[in-house]
Design a protein around this ligand. Structure first.
Ligand code: PHE
Length: 476
């Protein structure tokens, strides 16, 4: 990033490509390789995947463009961006709450993201040490995973290491080294996923796995599953919490927002679908349960590497690349509050990064304990009225709750507010001016943002708590 048409003291990406790389780095991460497969498994496959893809295209993409647009127009961190845009458009200063809620979501997501990324780090060493070399059976592989997550001290150590890496990069400015990391390492990660896919195609239950992902069975779909699919789209595209907005605020004026966002969303979706096509054949070929939860990738991929030629080497490389993918996402979770502290002259970048990282690190302890000493603490939240009871969630651990509240509630709510602000409260000319798109392209985007996205998010929220008594309804 360097000077130019930015506000004084702010950086700018050197090109449109630099922004694409940064935004793809933010989007592609554990959400694609870890979260997407396990949440798909828990929600019955095909119908969930279809809804996810529809949410990405019809809700996620328009909101992503809106977020980049707001960021670039204001050239400020998300809180001050919302304040200054609301002022420019003659709206209430209360819109800063969109930025505030987004930052809160960022801390919460980073807190568990770092713990899971720590598992990946641990797996780099397990793979390299040949732990899985002769582990051809699901039981042995499963035991390695259970041993890891049941040891809070180990998890704490890996969580700490990952958080320190994230803080160190954000302290020096997110653009540092990011371009190279995304440009070469992401395609390498994709390449290994393709290799794994070739392996998966030779397993006995390949077709079963692919069918699980792509043949929809709407009978299996609950209201909560629809909510999860939407939440997955927001999480995977890094939407609704200001990460994409703050990256957009560093985007040069002449870059096309639409083309950029389509590239990012397409790359992100491709990685998620490919990861699913690798993991489900392995699940069914080894008689594993698709709905086993957050351990899914950790108990499937090592099996594949154990059976592949050069598996130890390829597997080690894969987990290393996945660490890079996680880092390029985690830095985007930390950047909004750091930019806010910095731009308000409170402290320098390094100190801001350290303090924000520390807060997320402390919150992360809750996630660590959810897999061992707190594993039996589960909460249910329901709204009880005289005639009806709306169940928001049932029997969830601390980690489950943080994950649920951020991905399924805070991000879609943030996205909804961004859509309402950009499409209903901002002047249409402001949008036209910033997006510089021609006729029907603009109209399509505007229609999706103005009507489709808000209505979809609203209906999915109400449906999930069982307001309509439609499919499945509450619970889950
Ligand atoms: N999109 C990232 C992933 O898939 C996670 C993320 C969510 C990053 C929200 C930033 C904001 O791993």
């Amino acid at each position: 990033m360097h000077g130019n048409d930015a506000a004084p003291g702010r950086g700018l990406w050197t090109s449109r490509l630099a922004f694409i790389l940064a935004a793809t780095g933010s989007a592609v991460g554990l959400g694609n390789v870890w979260r997407f497969p396990y949440v798909t498994g828990e929600n019955g496959g095909g119908a969930f995947v279809l809804l996810y893809v529809v949410c990405v295209a019809a809700v996620g993409l328009p909101i992503m463009m809106a977020e980049v647009m707001l960021g670039r127009r204001a050239r400020r961190n998300p809180i001050d961006a919302m304040r200054s845009l609301a002022e420019q458009e003659g709206r209430s200063p209360q819109w800063v709450w969109v930025g505030r809620m987004g930052m809160a979501a960022g801390f919460l997501i980073l807190s568990f993201y770092s713990v899971i990324a720590g598992w990946i780090l641990a797996y780099v060493f397990r793979m390299a040490g040949g732990v899985f070399h002769n582990a051809q059976d699901a039981e042995t592989v499963g035991r390695v995973f259970t041993d890891l997550i049941s040891d809070p001290e180990r998890l704490l150590a890996w969580h700490t290491i990952f958080m320190v890496i994230t803080v160190a990069i954000v302290a020096r400015g997110v653009e540092h080294g990011l371009e190279r990391a995304v440009r070469y390492l992401m395609p390498a990660l994709f390449g290994i996923l393709v290799l794994l896919f070739v392996y998966a195609a030779t397993t006995p239950a390949f077709l079963e796995g692919v069918e699980f992902m792509f043949v929809p069975d709407f009978g299996k779909l609950s209201g909560q599953a629809v909510l999860e699919a939407m939440g997955m789209a927001f999480f995977s595209l890094s939407l609704g919490m200001g990460a994409i907005m703050v990256y957009g605020s560093y985007l040069p004026r002449e870059a096309s927002i639409a083309r950029t966002c389509i590239t990012v969303a397409a790359a992100d979706t491709a990685v998620a679908l490919l990861a699913g096509m690798v993991i489900f054949p392995i699940v069914f070929s080894n008689g594993l349960a698709p709905a086993q939860g957050p351990g899914l990738v950790f108990t499937t991929l090592p099996l594949a590497f154990a059976q592949m030629p050069l598996g130890t080497l390829v597997g080690t490389l894969f987990f290393i690349l996945l660490v890079f993918a996680a880092v390029t996402s985690s830095i985007s979770l930390l950047e909004p509050p750091v930019a806010w502290l910095l731009e308000n002259g409170r402290m320098d970048r390094a100190k801001a990064a350290g303090i924000c990282g520390f807060i997320a690190w402390v919150l992360g302890l809750g996630t660590i304990f959810s897999f061992n000493i707190w594993a039996d603490y589960k909460w249910t939240l329901s709204l009880d009225f005289t005639r009806v009871q709306y169940v928001l969630f049932r029997d969830k651990t601390f980690f489950d709750i943080v994950d649920f509240l951020t991905a399924n509630i805070m991000l879609p709510l943030g996205g909804l507010l961004i859509a309402l602000f950009a499409a209903h409260l901002m002047r249409r000319e402001s949008c036209e001016d910033e997006l510089a798109m021609d006729g029907w392209h603009f109209n399509l985007w505007y229609f999706l943002l103005r009507y489709v996205a808000p209505v979809a998010v609203g209906l999915i929220f109400l449906n999930a708590i069982g307001v309509f008594g439609w499919v499945g309804g509450g619970g889950g």
